[in-house]
Design a protein around this ligand. Structure first.
Ligand SMILES: NC(=O)c1ccc[n+]([C@@H]2O[C@H](COP(=O)([O-])OP(=O)(O)OC[C@H]3O[C@@H](n4cnc5c(N)ncnc54)[C@H](OP(=O)(O)O)[C@@H]3O)[C@@H](O)[C@H]2O)c1
Length: 331
């Protein structure tokens, strides 16, 4: 009886020792698990820091990222390479209608914020601003409309002041505003002559003067002539006189402003379908001019805006002092 009891006690003792071993093993496992949990916690904290850092970067470069995505999507879907002028500020004179409007939308589409200048058409200018703002939601560009009569020097100064106040800099000036009339020399009045030279030549000249003072290094000035300077068309003497002057001003300023790394070029469109072109012409005259182009048609505002966008881009950095005729081969 006693022996039996002793056996039971020994067996129980063995069981207790075994249980003790199990408990020690479990304790080790728990310690190991605790270490793993602490390690995992550290990894989570580290990941959290990275996420916070990434969020800050995203907030900081919100428009830049939007712009990169926009370029990527556009390039992928259209196969076109976008000449990037992202973050630049462009003043476009006479941007409420015609070629100027197309340039404003094109440069905004390429990432520049735009100053839409106009003379009297506030409604049309605001429409252009609204279109750019719609685009701005996608690519982060902004636009304002500024009334300024480019034939008046104080107006031009105010145009630049308002731009600097709003955007803090000017990178690109497109001197597009212009008027035209077609009269035999015997019918051109002094007022006609003064008015066309005041807008087309004086306006361009003094806007260039402001640009020379305020435009950033690496900036662009793009003036507007006309391919009619190469066509000797009767009744165009006053108009072509103004554009000839613009071409010469451009050549000299290219050398003068080259020291500040500002490129100055002039675009000479051929007949382009706008109000300015159609005004005072019969349908027969319009058709005749269209047929004179190698491609047998009038130019489209987009065809001019595309070349302006190229000249404004980094890809055109080695072009200055040039007269680019964008005319479908009319001259
Ligand atoms: N269309 C062509 O066939 C052709 C050919 C060769 C060269 N170009 C040249 O291309 C440029 C644009 O012509 P476009 O056909 O687009 O002309 P458009 O349709 O008549 O538009 C003229 C633009 O200039 C603005 N403007 C007129 N006088 C102004 C002034 N004193 N101050 C500020 N802005 C003024 C107008 O503003 P508002 O709307 O406020 O009046 C409008 O936005 C001109 O320099 C023109 O000589 C045109």
């Amino acid at each position: 009886m006693l022996v039996e009891r002793w056996h039971l006690l020994v067996e129980r003792q063995h069981l207790l020792v075994e249980r003790l071993h199990l408990l020690v093993e479990r304790k080790h496992l728990l310690v190991e698990r605790k270490h793993l949990l602490v390690e995992r916690l550290h990894l989570l904290v580290e990941r959290l820091h990275l996420l916070v850092e990434r969020k800050h970067l995203l907030v900081e470069s919100d428009s830049g990222i939007k712009w990169d995505c926009y370029i990527l999507i556009t390039e992928t879907t259209t196969g076109e390479s976008m000449a990037s002028i992202a973050g630049k500020v462009a003043i476009i004179t006479g941007a409420s209608r015609g070629i100027g409007r197309a340039i404003a939308l094109k440069l905004a589409g390429n990432g520049a914020s735009i100053v839409v200048n106009y003379a009297g058409n506030a409604g049309k200018a605001q429409e252009v601003v609204a279109e750019i703002e719609k685009l701005g939601v996608k690519v982060g560009v902004k636009a304002i409309a500024v009334q300024a009569d480019v034939s008046k020097v104080p107006d031009i100064q105010r145009l630049f002041e308002e731009t600097l106040e709003r955007f803090g800099k000017v990178d690109i000036l497109v001197n597009n505003a212009g008027i035209a009339f077609y009269k035999p020399i015997t019918q051109v009045s002094e007022e006609d002559f003064d008015a066309i030279f005041a807008i087309n030549v004086k306006g361009t000249f003094f806007a260039c003067q402001q640009a020379a003072q305020h435009i950033s290094e690496g900036g662009r000035i793009i003036n507007f002539s006309s391919s009619t300077t190469a066509m000797m068309l009767p009744t165009y003497s006053a108009y072509v006189g103004t554009k000839g002057a613009v071409e010469q001003i451009t050549r000299v300023l290219a050398k003068e402003l080259g020291a500040k790394a500002i490129a100055v070029n002039v675009i000479s469109p051929g007949p382009t379908d706008t109000e300015l072109f159609r005004e005072g012409k019969t349908q027969e005259q319009i058709d005749r001019l269209a047929q004179m182009a190698a491609f047998g048609k009038l130019g489209d505002v987009q065809e001019i805006a595309d070349v302006v966008a190229f000249l404004a881009s980094d890809e055109a950095r080695w072009i200055t002092g040039q007269n680019i005729r964008v005319n479908g081969g009319i001259a």
